[in-house]
Ligand binder design. Structure first.
Ligand code: ADP
Length: 649
């Protein structure tokens, strides 16, 4: 085929089938009766394209459907579409929605040969067909399909679809070949097939990712991301900033957490990868709409997925998504599908045995933070930062709300001579690269002669200790919610432990609360840069004695295991509703109590015995005997996610 320089899209692929057919407009919001146009349809190994013009005189390309996105190719019953005969339909997926293209052919033979050819090529491209289709059409005047009573235009269908058997049985080797070009979003499966090569060796697969958020470059060398578009990842050796190439060939750094692998479930807004049962309940209860749902990895059964749904009784129900012997996914075994998105799609239109039909996933709060503003930017120009109202103040300065290029941030200003700025700045660069959903992100610093600011992620609900005190009566009876706070903090601390980074001042006052009960650890490592003997010396009045283990009090020996001791105290704060540990005791008395008398904080009234056992594990005299944060994540999540799932059917 000749390349068409004037065409919006060009394809060097061979043409498999070409005909002039009548096409009904795919009006994505309303159907109009008369809108039929003659188009030149061209089937190639990757696309079904349609152009203006005729066989002899081709016009401009008007559109194309990637074959891999096709979900059904079926006839339409005679007269069911605007009184026309010989019609067939192509159902395809675009931007997470199903659309139907209706095509009128001259006679039954022409219709069947097109259906066969499209089905065959689509299957070769790895398309997965829906189990059902409509032999009629959704009709505006009826407000439903004219073949059944389904009112939702996106409902999967009422008739069992033609089985997925290609009509070229000898061509087995090419079934489910990965398409050459990938421009759209196919329904992903958890294990995408690799690309087999003719010589048996495997060509390294291109890493194609999809932007799930927009990203505006913060500095030269960054690449703009447009949500929904594809990018090829060229270098992912850095943890948080990857070198990527856009559609037009432009290269640059992008935040790694703003893109997801093309075939991954993570491109769906209803999928939450590492979410505990408790977090899922907290998130769904905050939205509190019947049918609000999400899918997460099951923590009780690794490798399994769980659907969590908010019900009209104000509860959250959890369902396992199972896999049958044919590898099909299902919640109710009478409705099984080849992928999880199809299961979800089905249950969004039919309750199919669930307590309610699935509606919308929870609203996500804006974009997640990036590891620093740009791939190397960590010094921020003062004129770009607007400093606004005070959020709070601590021992060493105050924290203000701020705006940087339209984005809300927290701005920490230190009291004069409270901090060794020079050495902190050297370290700040590394600290911006510490990035985890449960760590307050450090974006960078403003360092001008007369001002020094630390710019960090803004957390809407302030410090955890005061949050616990404010909501004490409501929270104390909710063990699962309190355990969820512990688990979140533990996950953030596990990340620091893995990166060999010691916090040195872990306490509820240094954790911050955001929307949807998110808790993040703040101020990690900052203690090392404070110039104040009262804070840095264990005998000082500002030293966090009540959070310090014996080896720190005696020899100033900090380690991840001293953070673990502090985490035990922090859990105690959580389960006592923000009380001050060792209340009424002076620091010197605490040292005596802990080291000489080998005594420990008592169990808070509302703390279950099993939880208190975790606290005491963290307070072992010998640091080596304390669990690591890695172990603590398992221990705490074992307590939070062990619930039973309701069985339906
Ligand atoms: P401290 O000296 O007690 O660690 P900070 O100076 O870090 O306190 O913070 C003082 C107060 O400012 C906190 O208690 C909290 O209410 C508020 N704050 C600190 N950091 C942030 C942030 N990133 N987002 C929102 N509020 C914050």
């Amino acid at each position: 085929m000749s390349m068409r320089p004037d065409s919006k899209y060009s394809s060097p692929e061979p043409e498999i089938k070409v005909d002039c057919l009548l096409k009904r407009s795919v009006n994505k919001t309303t159907f109009t009766k008369e809108n039929y146009k003659s188009r030149l349809f061209i089937l190639d190994p990757n696309y079904l394209r349609y152009n203006d013009g005729k066989l002899q005189k081709r016009g401009k390309e008007k559109g194309r459907i990637p074959l891999e996105t096709i979900k059904a190719v079926e006839t339409v019953d005679d007269k069911m579409l605007d009184n026309k005969d010989n019609v067939f339909q192509i159902v395809y997926l675009e931007n997470f929605d199903f659309y139907t293209l209706y095509i009128v052919t001259l006679n039954q033979e022409q219709r069947q040969s097109w259906i066969d050819a499209i089905r065959r090529e689509a299957l070769k491209c790895g398309a997965r067909f829906n189990p059902k289709y409509h032999r009629g059409v959704w009709t505006k005047s009826l407000g439903k399909f004219n073949c059944c009573d389904q009112r939702d235009r996106g409902a999967i269908g009422c008739e069992v679809a033609t089985p997925e058997i290609p009509d070229e049985p000898n061509d087995v080797s090419s079934y489910h070949r990965t398409p050459v070009k990938i421009n759209h979003l196919p329904i992903p499966t958890p294990d995408p097939p690799s690309t087999p090569m003719t010589n048996g060796s495997k060509k390294p697969e291109k890493k194609i990712y999809i932007a799930i958020y927009d990203y505006t470059p913060a500095e030269d060398g960054d690449l703009e991301l447009v949500q929904g578009e594809e990018y090829e990842i060229i270098d992912d050796s850095r943890e948080h900033w990857w070198m990527a190439k856009g559609k037009k060939g432009k290269k640059g750094y992008i935040p790694a957490n703003y893109v997801k692998k093309k075939f991954d479930l993570e491109i769906y807004d209803w999928y939450y990868k590492d979410l505990s049962r408790q977090r899922s309940e907290a998130i769904l209860k905050e939205d509190a709409h019947e049918g609000c749902f999400l899918v997460r990895d099951s923590t009780s059964t690794p490798g399994m997925y769980t659907l969590s749904v908010f019900t009209n009784e104000g509860l959250v129900r959890h369902y396992h998504i199972r896999k049958n012997s044919q590898g099909q996914f299902y919640i109710s075994d009478s409705h099984s599908f080849s992928s999880i998105p199809e299961v979800i799609y089905y249950h969004r239109h039919n309750s199919g045995g669930l307590i309610t039909r699935l509606r919308e996933p929870p609203h996500r709060n804006g974009k997640p933070s990036t590891a620093g503003f740009g791939h190397s930017k960590w010094e921020i120009a003062a004129h770009e930062l607007e400093v606004m109202e005070v959020l709070g103040s601590g021992c060493f300065g105050s924290v203000h709300k701020g705006i940087w290029r339209g984005m809300p941030v927290a701005v920490k200003s230190m009291k004069e001579n409270a901090m060794s700025i020079e050495s902190f700045i050297e370290e700040a660069r590394t600290m911006t690269q510490l990035h985890h959903p449960n760590l307050v992100q450090l974006y960078g610093v403003v360092n001008k002669k007369d001002c020094f600011y630390i710019v960090a992620e803004l957390m809407k609900c302030g410090a955890l200790n005061t949050y616990l005190q404010r909501h004490k009566s409501r929270l104390l009876s909710r063990t699962s919610q309190l355990l969820d706070y512990c688990l979140q903090i533990c996950s953030g601390m596990y990340y620091l432990e893995k990166h060999k980074f010691i916090h040195r001042d872990l306490a509820a006052r240094n954790c911050l609360v955001g929307e949807k009960s998110v808790v993040k650890v703040a101020d990690f490592g900052l203690a090392r840069y404070v110039i104040d003997d009262e804070y840095t010396s264990s005998a000082g009045t500002k030293f966090p004695v009540k959070w310090a283990p014996p080896e720190v009090l005696s020899y100033t020996r900090f380690s991840s295991k001293s953070d673990v001791w502090a985490f035990g105290i922090l859990m105690w704060e959580i389960f006592s509703g923000g009380d001050m540990p060792y209340s009424g005791m002076r620091n010197i008395e605490v040292v005596d109590f802990v080291i000489n008398n080998r005594r420990r904080l008592p169990k808070p009234e509302y703390c279950p015995e099993k939880v208190y056992q975790i606290l005491t594990l963290c307070w072992q005299m010998d640091p080596e005997k304390r669990p690591s944060f890695k172990e603590l994540v398992d221990i705490v999540s074992g307590l939070t996610d062990g619930g039973n799932y309701p069985t339906i059917f």
